[in-house]
Design a protein. Structure first.
Length: 237
């Protein structure tokens, strides 16, 4: 069928169409802007649903979910504070993303450095505990986020026992040669801060004898630290 030219349309019809379009635009502009709400974050879909929806591309699905999650706090020109989010739902999203892409590091980075640095202590602890549990799944790959969890527990929560627990987990589980010495030594420094010098000495001596320190300069540095600890213990029996 041949299309008729627009000039063939009766003018009253054109006028009615134009009027309808004008009314529709006016109605849209008159609506109050959508204000993003924290409760708008829906629970994360199940892992089986996500795998089916990914069409064999789970990593791409994980990256898309992470982009959605990070963009959620900035909708229609309205910014949501991380503190307003439901952290139970947030944790399920981060968990699903890691399940789709176990090698991915960004969900743990976001948990510790974005969502974990708010002023709500309960939510901070939830994020740090999430990082800790996920670290234990793959410690030699996920140790970096764990070191930041140590620092948050130490300097933001001022919870030295919790910081030591996390630091000890790094020493105990992150055994790969790719994990740097400073990460494995965090517990020693914390013990010094806690004035538990004898425990720090024992831990440092064990680290030196374990054969994990292969760099000769680092080994000499730690030997010097051990000597300094011994001197401190003598001065403060």
């Amino acid at each position: 069928m041949r299309e008729r030219p627009i000039s063939a349309v009766p003018k009253p019809v054109l006028l009615l169409l134009a009027l309808s379009f004008f009314v529709q635009i006016s109605w849209f502009l008159a609506q109050p802007p959508h204000i993003a709400k924290a409760e708008d974050l829906m629970p994360a879909p199940s892992l089986s649903t996500l795998k089916i929806s990914s069409f064999g591309e789970p990593i791409a699905m994980a990256k898309g979910m992470m982009l959605y999650l990070q963009a959620f706090d900035n909708q229609a020109g309205h910014n949501l504070s991380f503190q307003q989010l439901d952290y139970i739902k947030l944790e399920t999203w981060l968990t699903r993303i890691l399940e789709l892409d176990p090698a991915g590091q960004y969900p743990l980075f976001a948990a510790s450095r974005l969502y974990g640095e708010i002023s709500d202590e309960n939510k901070q602890r939830r994020m740090l505990d999430f990082v800790y549990r996920q670290f234990l799944v793959d410690p030699n790959r996920r140790w970096k986020s764990m070191t930041h969890a140590v620092l948050l527990a130490r300097h933001r929560l001022h919870d030295m026992p919790l910081a030591r627990k996390y630091a000890h987990a790094i020493l105990l589980h992150a055994t790969s040669s790719d994990v740097p010495g400073w990460a494995k030594q965090m517990e020693i420094f914390l013990l010094e801060d806690m004035n538990e010098l004898q425990s720090a000495k024992i831990l440092l001596g064990g680290l030196l004898q374990s054969g994990q320190i292969t760099d000769k300069y680092e080994y000499r540095f730690l030997e010097q630290r051990l000597t300094e600890l011994e001197q401190k213990i003598k001065m403060n029996p």
